[in-house]
Write a protein that binds this ligand. Structure first.
Ligand SMILES: Cc1ncc(COP(=O)(O)O)c(C=O)c1O
Length: 425
């Protein structure tokens, strides 16, 4: 009504008529279109049939596979059953207790009581890594990244995205970094405030010299960020002696928890500056999470079931003991590598720099990664491909998770059979 009134006063009579007519035609057209439009709901998306489950390696289950990839890993029934616990609200005291227990047990199992503060984040390892990168470099300072693999590159990538000034030392994927270059960079660039590196470069299986670089960061008074996502819980790593300020880990690898939860261990001395740092992200603000977790309430909705599962996995590790878990990983690595050697498979790396939780092997001649992967998966074993420039040239066998000796023996048998079958065809 109002609009018609306004139009009536603004235009002379003939124009008003023309306008009325035009409005009527437009209205008519819309009605025609509306009537002609099909009322039927859009077609349902086509269902893609799930791939046939690989044969089980566990009685009573049709789906369980032996994951020989570096996360997700094979988990125990105890850990998986955490997902079937009653629902829990993260704003209730029961969740606050659970979170405090997880944080306390994580520190305790690593022998870090009173030295570090854990911050648990919902998100895969990269979430905690990105949060740590943002929190570790003060405004006006630079980040030195020691990069010899895909995950070293990831640290640099996170810095670039957040426009954190970066100095990068790259070395070949199969070599440990040259420490002289690290020293030279720190001398040349006084603005370097933080040094970052990966402990276990999962793209190859190489263990980097954290203790040695840590000694240099202490000497040159730098903060030290270590990505220990695929090593913490299985490899020797003394965070205190190595002067580590930020250590990033994940629930779903050597801790044998489920994927989707990660954490940052912040050195006590660093806590005040993390708490008062200006956030570079809303969600991945380490200071905000730290403050909130100290007071028992997470700022956002966490993946509650994954926290329950991580708690179960930490209980298992506490019962087993860190030392015993590390020895188990060492034995597995030795056993599998002897088996690979007998089959004539060549490792990518020199044995002296290999981790205990993953082995990279050169692809045998005449066999593609896809063929090998397929042959093994038919028997319930899932291996992992090479990344970046190693794609198609290597395959990776991770020996993390709740694996049994019988699983490893069977894997070697099936691998040998697959290689023989491939070379005969
Ligand atoms: C050393 C390392 N850093 C970072 C990541 C990234 O973790 P996510 O894939 O859980 O985000 C991985 C994953 O395998 C890793 O091994």
């Amino acid at each position: 009504m109002k609009r018609r009134h306004r139009v009536a006063h603004r235009y002379p009579k003939p124009k008003r008529r023309r306008l009325r007519l035009r409005r009527r035609t437009v209205l008519k057209k819309t009605q025609v279109v509306a009537r002609a439009a099909p009322a039927a709901p859009p077609p349902a998306p086509k269902e893609v049939p799930p791939p046939a489950p690989a044969p089980s390696r566990e009685k009573g289950s049709g789906k369980r596979q032996i994951l020989l990839c570096p996360g997700p890993v094979v988990t125990s029934q105890h850990v998986r059953s955490a997902l079937l616990q009653p629902d829990m609200c993260h704003r209730e005291p029961e969740f606050a207790n659970l979170l405090q227990n997880v944080r306390a047990k994580l520190l305790h199992v690593l022998g870090l009581d009173g030295r570090y503060i854990p911050v648990i984040l919902t998100g895969s390892g990269t979430a905690a890594l990105e949060a740590a990168v943002m929190a570790s470099v003060e405004p006006g300072k630079k980040l030195l990244v020691i990069n010899n693999g895909v995950y070293g590159s990831r640290i640099a990538q996170a810095a670039r995205i957040h426009e954190i000034p970066l100095v990068e030392i790259r070395s070949p994927l199969t070599e440990r970094p040259d420490l002289n270059r690290v020293v030279a960079a720190m001398k040349r660039e006084p603005k370097i405030g933080t040094v970052a590196m990966v402990h276990h470069e999962t793209s190859t299986g190489l263990l980097n010299p954290v203790a040695e670089v840590g000694a240099l960061t202490k000497q040159y008074k730098k903060k030290f960020l270590v990505d220990a996502i695929s090593s913490l819980g299985a490899e020797r790593l003394d965070l205190v002696k190595s002067n580590v300020t930020f250590c990033v880990g994940s629930s779903g690898k050597c801790f044998h928890g489920l994927p989707g939860l990660s954490f940052v261990l912040v050195a006590q001395s660093e806590v005040p500056s993390v708490m008062k740092a200006r956030p570079r992200s809303l969600y991945l603000d380490l200071g905000k999470h730290l403050k909130a977790q100290e007071s028992g309430e997470p700022p956002f909705t966490p993946a509650v079931p994954l926290v329950i599962a991580f708690h179960a996995a930490l209980d298992e590790l506490l019962r087993e003991g860190l030392k015993s878990r590390m020895e188990k990983y060492q034995e597995r690595a030795k056993f599998l590598r002897e088996g690979f050697h007998k089959m004539g498979l060549s490792p990518l790396l020199d044995e002296k720099i290999m981790s205990n939780s993953l082995t990279s092997l050169l692809m045998p001649k005449g066999l593609s990664y896809q063929q090998l992967h397929h042959l093994l998966k038919r028997h319930g074993f899932v291996i992992y491909a090479g990344q970046s420039e190693l794609r198609g040239r290597i395959f990776r066998v991770a020996h993390m998770g709740q694996l049994l000796q019988a699983d490893l023996k069977e894997f070697l048998r099936v691998l040998k059979e697959s290689l023989e079958r491939a070379s005969a065809s």
